[in-house]
Design a protein around this ligand. Sequence first.
Ligand SMILES: [Zn+2]
Length: 342
Amino acid sequence: MKTLLPTSTAGSLPKPVWLAQPETLWSPWKLQGEALIEGKQDALRLALADQQQAGIDIVSDGEQTRQHFVTTFIEHLDGVDFEKRETVRIRDRYDASVPTVVGAVARRKPVFVEDAKFLRQQTKQPIKWALPGPMTMIDTLYDAHYKSREKLAWEFARILNQEARELEAAGVDIIQFDEPAFNVFFDEVNDWGVATLERAIEGLTCETAVHICYGYGIKANTDWKKTLGSEWRQYEEAFPRLQKSSIGMVSLECHNSQVPMDLIELIRGKKVMVGAIDVASHAIETAEEVADTLRKALQFVDADKLYPCTNCGMAPLPRGVARGKLAALGAGADIVRKELAV
Ligand SMILES: [Zn+2]
C-alpha cells in the first residue's frame, strides 16, 4: 500500500432504517425476497459512499448484507440446525440461545463471494473483508456432534479457507478474521487457536488480518470491562504466539480502553490496525484525539506498518455518530501523515 497510515474500519457500519431496525444486534430485515437483495446492495453502496466521503483508504461493505458477524456465516453451512437451540455462555460473559451442530459441518456454496464481487465493482480502492474466526464461531454454537471445541475449530478453519480463497479471487485485498474470543480463552489460543487461524489463511496471497477486541458497546461487554481492572493486559496472552504466526496484520483496540499501548511491542514486525475510535461511546472523537492515539502507537509500531482503524465494528451506533467517527478517523490520520512528512 503506497499511502502512509492507510485508514480502515474494523468492519461493520450501521444499516439504514429502511433495511433493518437501527441500533439493534440481530435486527430482523425489513424487506424480503428480491427487494431485500436490492436493499442490501443499496445499503452497501451507501456504506461505501460514507467511507469515501470520510477519506477512508481501505474500504469495506460495512457488513450491510449480514445480520450478525458470526451467525450469518454459520447459517449458510450444513450440519448446523437453527431450529434446535440451546443456551450457552458466550465468551464466558453472557447467555444466548444459539443453534446446534448436529452433523458434519460443510459449506454448500460461497457465503459472501457475490457480495464481495459487488463491492469490487463499485470501487478501485483496496477492500477488506471480514470473516468470523474459528474460535469465535465455535463459541457461538452448541456442539452436539464433534463434542470437541478443537475438532470443530479445525473443521471451521477448513471451511473458512475455502471461502477466503474465493474472496481473494473476487478481488479482496485484505481478509480479516474476527477473533474476540482470543481475549478470553488464552490456553486454547496458544494450543490451537492461532494454528486454526493459520489453517484458514493457507495458500492465500492477499493480506491477512486478525481482529481482537473487547466487543461492541453493548451492556454485557461494558459490564465485563468494568471487572477487568485498570490495566487490560489480555493481549499479552495471544500476541507472542501471533507474532510468530503467518498472519500479516493485527487489529486491536486502543482509544479509550485500558490497554497499555506498549503491548503493541509484542507484535513487532506485524502490520498493526490501531483502534483510534471508541465504538462504545456516542461521543465523536476530534481529529486531534485520533492523532494523539496514533502518535502514541508510533512509539511501538513503525510508521509504514501503522493502519489507523476503529476499535471494533460500528453496527450498533446511530448512523450520524458513525459518520462523524469515520470523518474524525480520516482527519486524524491526515494530521499525523503531515507530521511524518516534515
Ligand atoms: Zn471487534
